[in-house]
Design a protein around this ligand. Structure first.
Ligand code: 5AD
Ligand code: SF4
Length: 466
C-alpha cells in the first residue's frame, strides 16, 4: 500500500467518525443540503464528493434552496463572469439567512482557493459560515462540525492531496465521472487553474480500476475520466501511462463507454491514438483545446505546440480513429491578438471542422502572466471577434452535420421530453454528437441503435433501427 493510500485510510476513518457524530447530533430531525456548482466537470464532481459526505452525515438533498439547512456554492474562477456571478448569488442569500438563522452557508472551490478572494468574501458577507478552497475537501467534516458548534470557518490551508476514499453521491445512474488526476503543471499564460488546483497529481491506477469496477457493479455503463491534462497521467505506483490505463479499463465487464477530458495537444501521443483506435469501448471523440490558430499567439499563451503540429495531430487522429470527432476550446482577444492572428484562428476552424467549439473572450486573471502583458484588446472588439467566430462555427457545423445522414450508430439515451404526445429521446453517439429521436421512456440509460435521418442547426435527428 502506498503512503498516499495509508494516509487517505487514516483520514477517512477520522472523517467517518466526525460524520457519524454530526448524524447523531441531527438524529431527531431531517436536515437538507443544496449544492450549486459553477464551472467545469471537475468542480461538479467535487460537489458530488461534498454531497457524499453530507449524506453520510444524515443530510438529504433539498429540491430547492429555500428548503435547505445548508447551502454550498462550489465556485469557478477560470473566467471573470463566473466570479461576478458567485458574488451576486451569495449576496442574494442574505434574505434566506435572515428568515432562517440556523441556515449554514458555505462557499468553496477554485475561486475561494485564492487567498485574497476568500478573505474578501468572508469579510464582506458576515452571514457566510464557511469558506474553503479546493485543497480542503478532506477537511470538510471537521469544518462542518465546527460550524455546527457556532464557529465561522475560513480555511484555505492544506497540502495539495489526492482525495481517496471520500464517499461520492453521484448525480447520474448510468453515466458518471471518475477523476484520474488533479492539478496542472502547464501554466498556459492566461490560465488560473495551476494556481488554484495545484501541481499535477495522478491517482493510483489500482484505485481507479477498483472504482470503475465498483461503478460497473452498480450498473453504470459510461464513465468519463477527468483530469486537467489526462495525457500526462502517470500512476504513482508503477508508471502506468494514460493509454495503458485506457486499455486496462477497456477490459472491465459492464462498462460500455469510456470518455476522457481534457487532452493537451502537446502531450497527445501516438500510443493514445492507437489506444483510441484499438479499444472498442473508448469513444470516438476527443476534446482537444487549440485556443488559437496563430503561432505567434500560441507562443505567447505558452501552449508549446504550433498550428502545424495541431493540424498534424488532427490528421493522425482522423487517419487512425475511424469516425472520430474533435471538439475544442478557443480564446479570442488574447493580449496583442491582431486581425491577422484572429484570421489564422478562423482559417484553422475552417480547416479542421470541429464538432463543437467552446469559444471565450480572453479575460485577465490576476496572478497569471498574460494579465500583465501589453496590448489588451478592447472588450467591444473581443465581442466582435467572438460573434464572427461563432457564426463561422455554426455555419461549419450545419454543413458537417449533413454528412451523418444515412449513418447508423449507438446512442446512449440521457433523457426525454414529451412533445405533441410523442416521447422525444435525447442522447449521444460515441463521437459525442447529440441525437434526438422518437421512442419510449424505457430507453433512457440504454444504448439504442439509431439511423440519422435529418439535422437541425447543431444536432442530429434519428430513428430507431429495429
Ligand atoms: N480567459 C478566457 N478563457 C479562458 N480559458 C481559460 N482561462 C481563460 C481566460 N483567462 C478557457 C480556455 C480553457 C477553457 C476551460 O477556458 O479555452 O480551455
Ligand atoms: Fe489551464 Fe493550460 Fe492547464 Fe488547461 S493545460 S488547465 S488551459 S494551464
Amino acid at each position: 500500500m502506498g503512503n498516499e493510500t495509508l494516509l487517505a485510510d487514516k483520514m477517512n476513518t477520522l472523517n467517518r467518525m466526525t460524520l457519524l457524530r454530526i448524524k447523531e447530533l441531527h438524529k431527531d430531525m431531517e436536515y437538507r443540503y443544496y449544492i450549486e456548482s459553477f464551472g467545469c466537470q471537475m468542480n461538479s464532481h467535487d460537489s458530488e464528493r461534498i454531497a457524499g459526505m453530507l449524506e453520510e452525515a444524515g443530510y438529504i438533498k433539498a429540491a430547492v434552496k429555500e428548503e435547505a439547512d445548508i447551502i454550498l456554492f462550489n465556485t469557478c474562477c477560470v473566467r471573470e463572469h463566473a466570479e461576478l456571478r458567485v458574488f451576486g448569488n451569495v449576496g442574494a442569500l442574505r434574505e434566506l439567512k435572515e428568515k432562517k438563522p440556523t441556515l449554514i452557508i458555505g462557499v468553496c472551490g477554485c475561486m475561494t482557493q485564492q487567498e485574497e478572494v476568500a478573505k474578501r468574501l468572508f469579510k464582506r458577507f458576515r452571514f457566510v459560515d464557511i469558506v474553503f478552497g479546493t485543497h480542503q475537501l478532506t477537511q470538510f467534516p471537521s469544518m462542518l462540525e465546527s460550524v455546527l458548534h457556532g464557529e465561522r470557518v475560513l480555511n484555505i490551508d492544506g497540502a495539495e492531496n489526492v482525495p481517496e476514499g471520500i464517499p461520492i453521491k453521484r448525480d447520474g445512474v448510468f453515466s458518471t465521472n471518475v477523476n484520474i488526476m488533479f492539478g496542472c503543471n502547464n501554466f498556459c499564460s492566461y490560465c488560473i487553474v495551476p494556481y488554484v488546483r495545484g501541481r499535477e497529481r495522478s491517482r493510483s491506477h489500482i484505485n481507479i480500476i477498483n472504482e470503475v469496477e465498483e461503478l460497473a457493479n452498480q450498473g453504470f455503463i459510461e464513465i468519463t475520466l477527468l483530469g486537467q491534462n489526462v495525457n500526462s497521467y502517470r500512476s504513482p505506483d508503477s508508471d502506468v501511462t494514460f493509454p495503458q490505463l485506457l486499455r486496462m479499463l477497456n477490459e472491465i465487464n459492464g462498462i460500455k463507454r469510456i470518455r476522457f477530458m481534457t487532452s493537451h495537444p502537446k502531450d497527445l501521443s501516438s500510443e493514445l491514438i492507437d489506444a483510441m483506435a484499438e479499444c472498442g469501448k473508448v469513444c470516438k471523440h476527443i476534446h482537444l483545446p487549440v485556443q488559437s490558430g496563430s503561432n505567434r499567439i500560441l507562443e505567447k499563451m505558452n501552449r508549446r505546440y504550433t498550428r502545424e503540429k495541431y493540424l498534424s495531430l488532427v490528421e493522425a487522429l482522423r487517419d487512425r480513429v475511424k469516425g472520430v470527432e474533435i471538439s475544442t476550446d478557443i480564446i479570442v482577444g488574447f493580449p496583442g491578438e491582431t486581425r491577422e492572428d484572429f484570421e489564422q484562428t478562423l482559417s484553422l476552424v475552417e480547416t479542421v471542422g470541429f464538432s463543437t467549439a467552446y469559444t471565450f473572450m480572453y479575460s485577465p486573471r490576476k496572478g497569471t502572466v498574460a494579465a500583465k502583458m501589453d496590448g489588451m484588446i478592447d472588450p467591444s472588439e473581443k465581442k466582435r471577434r467572438l460573434l464572427e467566430l461563432n457564426e463561422l462555427e455554426a455555419h461549419i457545423l450545419k454543413k458537417n452535420n449533413v454528412k451523418f445522414i444515412g449513418s447508423v450508430g449507438d446512442v446512449l439515451v440521457e433523457g426525454y421530453d414529451e412533445r405533441d404526445g410523442d416521447i422525444w429521446l435525447r442522447g449521444k453517439l460515441s463521437n459525442f454528437k447529440a441525437v434526438y429521436f422518437k421512442g419510449s421512456s424505457d430507453m433512457v440509460g440504454r444504448l439504442i441503435k439509431v439511423e440519422i435521418i435529418d439535422t437541425t442547426n447543431n444536432s442530429l435527428i434519428g430513428r430507431v433501427v429495429q
